[in-house]
Design a protein around this ligand. Structure first.
Ligand code: BES
Ligand code: ZN
Length: 456
């Protein structure tokens, strides 16, 4: 009743004030939602989460490749042609052993950190302070054949190590400039690196004090068992073409990452999003649309969003232009996590959050939004594609742990996200709603709020 009476009002409003570039509310939105909602079988999603999370799916390993094959077969069984997009990357497994000792500090328990892409080696030499490790800092000291003690800040960890190595240093210690230990990355492998370890601010300053007082310190830096190797990971892409005579040229992407971190079965992170992507592909396989929908599972997200960066890089300018929204589902099924939220990289609403909030308000409750990166929506946002991460926050305590397993997965949570994302996508992909490209605004927006929610 209420909905019906809104129609003429909105028509009048849009004619009178010229304020809407989009269609007036459609009385049968819930009928359209139902086409999606009724078809979703949460047991399918749950079963796929279970099968995907039998073991960790670390990018570049056999188990990731098994997951890729599993995902392809599922898409194909729904009638899709699939594309497997390979990309190379460097995978790093951390040192099995690392240590630090300094003459005169025999009783100290060093609070150490390591760096991703750091190299192995064992060096015993004099310790010399080299400031922030910029080229200008290294001009003023002699680190040749020695171990450089460097403070965090100003330039990257990699540049500090490279500059010190260039000046002849045999190893590097980087100490923090704020509290806590550093667990940093050198960004990628480099032949010029020398062994490097991280130290806390407090302990670094203790060493610096002695050096400033003119003491000569001999240190040993040892890093063993670290390994960097070139691997291949894959994205899997299944495309639903629009109906031939209805194609409006716009593209929507629905995605998740299928890889997980070492040691974690990744049931929630992110078999949940992967399985939900698969189920939405199944549900939408034969539905009429005027929009192309690309269902994508990304590889190597946990290694720095590598799959989604590779995918976005492979897009033509025209594809980028035509892609009106990217829905990323990451960690969408934990019984122990908080409520659903939509994160954008810039903390601003966009067409994707508008559609998600509206679908939420029709189906359960309005979904709020916040600001966060940390998943595959980032590379899309960086090229100007409206994108959002759908996630439950605060996240569960099992995040990135061996406990991220199927027994912590809630069917209700999976169901809710599948419905909301499915209905949001269908609202814009179905033939009766105008192309976003022309409208620049989602149909029927609702009020929803920015939230500064605790994540972990
Ligand atoms: N699913 C997480 C992202 C996440 C976790 C978002 C907790 C919000 C709260 C994702 O798989 C992940 O772990 N991302 C990395 C960042 C990435 C650039 C390697 C992270 O957050 O450490
Ligand atoms: Zn994740």
């Amino acid at each position: 009743m209420l909905k019906k009476s809104l129609v003429p009002f909105c028509l009048v409003a849009s004619l009178t004030f010229g304020m809407t570039a989009y269609a007036a509310p459609h009385p049968s939105d819930s009928a359209f939602d139902n086409k999606i909602v009724k078809r979703i079988k949460v047991d399918n999603i749950y079963k796929m989460v279970k099968e995907l999370s039998e073991e960790p799916r670390v990018a570049g390993t056999k188990s990731e490749h098994n997951a890729v094959t599993y995902i392809e077969k599922k898409f194909q069984s729904y009638g899709y042609d699939t594309e497997r997009q390979p990309f190379e990357f460097y995978s790093f497994s951390g040192p099995t052993d690392f240590s630090f000792s300094v003459s005169g500090f025999e009783d100290t328990d060093w609070d150490l950190g390591t760096f991703t892409y750091g190299v192995n080696g064992s060096v015993t030499e004099e310790l010399v302070y080299a400031g922030l490790g910029r080229e200008s800092d290294l001009d003023d000291v002699d680190v040749d054949g020695k171990i450089a003690l460097i403070k965090r800040g100003e330039i990257s960890f990699a540049d500090k190590v490279k500059n010190a190595a260039e000046a002849g240093a045999k190893a590097v210690i980087i100490f923090n400039n704020s509290s806590g230990t550093i667990n940093g990355t050198l960004g990628g492998p480099d032949d010029s690196f020398v062994p490097v370890l991280a130290l806390t601010k407090k302990q670094g300053e203790e060493l610096l004090e002695k050096l400033d007082a003119g003491e000569e310190l001999t240190a040993t830096v040892t890093v063993e068992g670290a390994e960097t190797k070139e691997s291949t990971s894959y994205n899997v892409i299944a495309t639903k073409k629009p109906d031939k005579n209805k194609d409006n040229g716009q593209i929507i992407i629905v995605g998740a990452h299928h890889d997980s971190v070492e040691g974690a079965p990744g049931a929630n992170d992110d078999a949940s999003g992967t399985a939900t992507t698969l189920e939405l592909a199944r549900v939408m396989a034969n539905m009429p649309t005027d929009t192309e929908i690309r269902f994508i599972t990304f590889g190597a997200e946990e290694n720095g969003l590598l799959g989604s960066y590779a995918y976005v890089e492979s897009l033509s300018e025209e594809d980028v232009e035509n892609t009106v929204g990217m829905f990323q589902m990451d960690m969408v099924g934990s019984r122990d996590a908080g409520k659903l939220i939509m994160y954008t990289v810039d903390g601003e609403k966009n067409v994707v959050t508008d559609l998600g909030a509206a679908a939420g308000s029709r189906l359960s409750e309005t979904v709020n939004y916040g600001r966060e990166g940390r998943s595959d929506h980032v590379p899309f946002a960086e090229v100007g594609i409206p994108a959002a991460l759908f996630i439950h926050a605060p996240v569960e305590p099992w995040y990135h742990s061996p406990e991220d397993s199927i027994d912590k997965i809630s069917k209700d949570k999976l169901q809710e996200v599948a419905e909301i994302v499915g209905a949001a996508v269908y609202q814009i992909a179905r033939p009766d709603t105008p192309a976003l490209k022309n409208a620049h605004v989602a149909p029927k927006p609702v009020d929803y709020d920015f939230e500064e929610r605790e994540l972990e």
